[in-house]
Write a protein that binds this ligand. Structure first.
Ligand code: IMP
Ligand code: MG
Length: 174
């Protein structure tokens, strides 16, 4: 069955904003190397587009945690599905997420990564749904777009593993 998808943020607008955020990151990390941690799978498109536009040295690692099942509601249960390959000791870590919703995933992730001795940890997200935040202590350093409480897909975000490849951010009309 085909779902109806309404464009919320067109591709050009997403790319333009990513360029701006990448410029800010390049400025903030001047003379340093930034260690990007891509949160799979949703963060992968954003991580690539962001990394391409950052002008300071970049290293990359990937992690997969699960907090969502096949539906659209957070289960509150978060577990590591794939851990990082590299240690974080003395690195300037920038976690790259697709979306921050309740904040449960990030809150859990930051607690774990903090124990591994990074020099710094910052957080960068493509989308933020501030109205939905449960974990209020999660501080986001770089946000491309704050959006209303709607279920979105595209640019890495899925609905039941579909639509990650859409080049724009869309809303599924249930
Ligand atoms: P949180 O733990 O509630 O902040 O959930 C974060 C994760 O839930 C994200 O990394 C996404 O994988 C997923 N998620 C939250 N909202 C959406 C949405 O609107 N569309 C697709 N995935 C979402
Ligand atoms: Mg995610």
């Amino acid at each position: 069955m085909e779902d109806e998808i309404r464009i919320l943020i067109p591709e050009e607008e997403v790319n333009k904003k990513i360029s701006e955020v990448a410029a800010q990151i390049s400025e903030d990390y001047a003379d340093r190397q930034v260690h990007l941690i891509c949160v799979l799978k949703g963060g992968v498109f954003f991580t690539c587009e962001l990394a391409k536009r950052i002008t300071v040295p970049v290293s990359l690692d990937f992690m997969s945690v699960s907090s969502y099942g096949a539906g659209t509601e957070s289960s509150g249960v978060v577990r590591i599905v794939k851990d990082l390959d590299e240690p974080l000791l003395d690195k300037d870590v920038l976690i790259v997420e697709d979306i921050i919703d309740s904040g449960r995933t990030l809150s859990y992730l930051i607690d774990i990564l903090q124990t591994r001795g990074p020099r710094s940890i910052r957080l960068c997200t493509l989308l933020d749904k501030p109205e939905r935040r449960v974990k209020k202590q999660v501080k986001v350093d770089y946000t491309c777009f704050s959006i209303p409480d709607e279920f979105v897909v595209g640019y890495g975000l899925d609905y039941d593993q579909k639509y990650r490849n859409l080049p724009y951010i869309g809303v599924v009309e249930f």
